[in-house]
Structure formats: structure tokens, C-alpha cells
Ligand binder design. Structure first.
Ligand code: SF4
Length: 262
């Protein structure tokens, strides 16, 4: 497992803070040739596999319908909070038909702990109704079909494909987008464009698990506002290390762990 985030940045100087604020706007250097970018990405992916051998989808589900609904519900809240309401939700509404016919107020009451419960109840029922009317009450296993459902974009569709149907998908959520930019995998902030770039350099069979590992690294170490570069096990491979720390990795810390040594 990776090092826990340390407090090594807590005594940041004004100049360090300034570096951080400008770092987010800078792009790290990256190879021009696609083959070279693939090679660099592959080294990071190998390190991630060693660091996060148990990565998996953090949402609990038993079938594609449950994962689809849980993923839609996870907007603007945590996976843990979604997991706390879905057992009650799916006990009462186990399939699209029952959810589409639910009494709105009862659905809202179950979803209340998630926030935005009225909008989420509306989304769930719209989604369930479309599954019934357009897909015979089944969750389709094609991206083209999934994204026709109300409230379902490519990110949600790829989560469902990758985790419920074992069809590889790249999920560009906030963590994957941020880390992909820090690693030079893409410069796009648009998730759809980033997904296309990542698809060119990451091995297709591993798209789903790589995204889980990237998300785990984003949650544990490579935070949005304060990436823990000084204790990051990927520092030696990361082209953004120098941007955040202000010194090349080789000259800034001889004590850093190499990937796989944590
Ligand atoms: S060194 Fe680690 S924490 Fe810092 S930007 Fe790179 S991956 Fe993120």
C-alpha cells in the first residue's frame, strides 16, 4: 500500500504555496511520439498495479441495474454514502419496473441522506422508466444505448460497462482527469476528449482496473489541492513532481521511495 499522506507540506512557505497555485495551470513535459507516451504510461500503470493490488469499484451492487442507479446517485456525494442507502433502496425497488412505479415521496425519503434528494429521485424514476420503455426493463450493455438514458453520460456508462459487464471502459472522473493531466497522459479538461487520448495510450483490456487504481492514488496521495509529492511512491515517474516541488526529483530527495517499495 502507498504511504499515507504525510504532513510534510503543512509548513509550506509562501513561495511553495505560490508554486502550487501556478502548478495546476502548467502542463508537464511529455514525449511527442505516441509510442514513447505509451511506454511512460505503462511504467506508471505497472507501479499502480503494485501499489493498489486490491482496487475495485467502490460502489456496492449485485447487478447492472443496481450499479447504474448507484453511479447516478454518486454525483455530488461520496460512494460510502451511496452504499449506505442502496441496500434499503434496492430492497424496496429491486428492478426498473418497481422503481419507475415508486411513490415519489417515499423514494425521496430514502434518498434524503444523499442531498439533492428530489432531483435524484426524479433521475432514478426517469432512468427506470426509460429502461422499461426502451430496453424491456434490462440495462443495455452497449455504450451507445446507455448514453441515451436520461442522466447517463459516458462516465456513468463506462462505469457500468467495465464493472457490471466486464467490457473495458475508461472512466474520466475528477481523479482520473486530474492525474492523467499531471502524468502527461492528456492535456484535455473535457472528459470526453481526455477519454479518447487515454484510450490511445492505455491497454484496452486494463482500462477499467487502471481507472480504479488511478482513483485510489488520487484519493490517497495525489490530492487535488495538495498533492503529497514528497511522499508519493510514483514521484520518480511523475513528470509533474518538479512542477509541484520546484526541484527535479533526483536532486530534491534521496530518501524518496521508489514505486513498489512502500
Ligand atoms: S508526484 Fe505523486 S502526488 Fe505529486 S503530482 Fe505526481 S503523482 Fe501526484
Amino acid at each position: 500500500m502507498p504511504q499515507s499522506p504525510s504532513s510534510s507540506h503543512s509548513g509550506a512557505t509562501g513561495s511553495t504555496k505560490k508554486r502550487r497555485s501556478t502548478a495546476a495551470q502548467k502542463f508537464p513535459p511529455r514525449p511527442r511520439a505516441l509510442a514513447a507516451r505509451k511506454e511512460v504510461a505503462s511504467q506508471i500503470c505497472e507501479a499502480l498495479a503494485r501499489l493498489y493490488p486490491d482496487s475495485h469499484c467502490a460502489l456496492n451492487f449485485r447487478n447492472p441495474f443496481e450499479l447504474l442507479v448507484a453511479t447516478v446517485l454518486s454525483a455530488q456525494t461520496t460512494d460510502a454514502r451511496v452504499n449506505s442507502v442502496t441496500p434499503i433502496l434496492f430492497e424496496k425497488y429491486p428492478d426498473p419496473e418497481t422503481m419507475a412505479g415508486a411513490k415519489r415521496m417515499e423514494l425521496e425519503e430514502i434518498l434524503h441522506p444523499l442531498g439533492f434528494f428530489r432531483a435524484k429521485a426524479r433521475s432514478c424514476q426517469g432512468l427506470a422508466a426509460s429502461l422499461c420503455s426502451e430496453f424491456g426493463g434490462e440495462v443495455p450493455a452497449r455504450l451507445e444505448d446507455l448514453i441515451t438514458l436520461p442522466g447517463v453520460g459516458r462516465k456513468t456508462a463506462n462505469v457500468v460497462l467495465g464493472n457490471a459487464f466486464a467490457i473495458p471502459g475508461i472512466t474520466v472522473d475528477t481523479h482520473v482527469g486530474r492525474l492523467a493531466r499531471r502524468w502527461g497522459w492528456t492535456r484535455h479538461t473535457d472528459p470526453g476528449k481526455a477519454e479518447l487520448e487515454l484510450a490511445k495510450i492505455l491497454p484496452c483490456d486494463d482500462w477499467t482496473i487502471i481507472c480504479h487504481r488511478v482513483i485510489d492514488h488520487g484519493r490517497a496521495v495525489c490530492h487535488s489541492r495538495k498533492p503529497e509529492c514528497l511522499t508519493c511512491p510514483l514521484a520518480a515517474l511523475c513528470p509533474s513532481y518538479e512542477i509541484y516541488v520546484g526541484l527535479p526529483f533526483s536532486s530534491s530527495r534521496s530518501h524518496n521511495l521508489s514505486p513498489g517499495e512502500s
